[in-house]
Design a protein around this ligand. Sequence first.
Ligand code: GTR
Length: 391
Amino acid sequence: MAEEQMDLVAGRSGMPKVPSVLEGVKTAADWQARRRRILGYLEEEMYGRIPPRPERMSFSVDWEKPVFDGLGICRQVNMRFGVKDRELELKALWYLPAKGDRVPCVCALNFCGNAGTSFDPDIYQPASEADKERGWQVRRWSYQYLLEQGISCLTAARNDFFPDSEAGRYGSVFRLFHKEAELTPEHREYTAISAWAWGYSRLLDLALTDPRIDERRVWVHGHSRLGKTALWVGAHDLRFAGVVSNDSGCCGASIERDHHANAENLERITRTFHRWFVAKFDQWVNRADEMPFDMNWLVSLTAPRPVLIASASEDVWADPFNEFRCAKQVGEVYRLFGAHGLPDDAQFPAPNEAVIGDRVAYELREGKHDVTPRDWEVLVEFMKSLEKQAK
Ligand code: GTR
């Protein structure tokens, strides 16, 4: 089994080869121009453009208090964005370790609303979420563990940047920049993934307002559709020092060619989620083998910054093995920068094993499509290995 899988990675099994991202590129300097072209290409053909910075931004602290017996503090921040006479206002939730001067920070949008990530009754819960129990996704949010490791974590609700439905554009960040008539479901150039990407960059703007955050160590983290988004915003916003793509699957970190028969594919994803991609992208449905690119192109845009690709063993829909193939493939770009990516002889790991390479890491967690404490532990292990290398 392992051998057959390695053949797939090497493209030697008669399966279509993954298109290399390095066409015409020999040096790290060549890569910069190629990188810009790929970014523009993926904007036009797949994810759409991320809106610009807003004209106005203001952040004010609603409250701040010690948490976990003084291990850290938690603050709720009101974020306001304005363009001309239009405004968008939402809440961020920010955990900071009590000690440490220049601490790393992980920016991670959530699916469940801030109040779903913790049982704390002070956290704002919008009326639209009143039917959900506080803390209903608390298992995904290892705030205490991160604080113990000296890491800050900053979150906000993805639905505040683009409510995840076909009519979502009306309530999205795009309404700061466009008239209502341009926000209909037909306007697929304004995608949810690019709106969420914009949200991640605003969390980063907020993170950088606190001098206790080390601006060279702010990471972007996303699960599933937000894992796709984390890769996309990491490609654009070079202030992010590293990217974590957890269970991002189809159109995220999973190679589309030769995907698992039961994995999500372009036909399924574009039929269900029109709002995530520009209309042009539909052209590749049932023709993935003809695409001039594959998802290694997206992940490569993180280089030379570190990237962690995390999969879960039962998450066939996201195709763990093809996420591993992608992690291997992107090493070609890291090598231009004197890093190595995953080791050449790295094999698809057993469940609950991680392969921590040189600036590229791959994790196969045992279990389902989710974020668990184990995923956070692997991220911390990866961060520590990077710090050791830097010394
Ligand atoms: C699924 C979708 C995946 C993945 C997931 C999620 O329904 O098919 O691409 O993004 O949702 O975001 O949880």
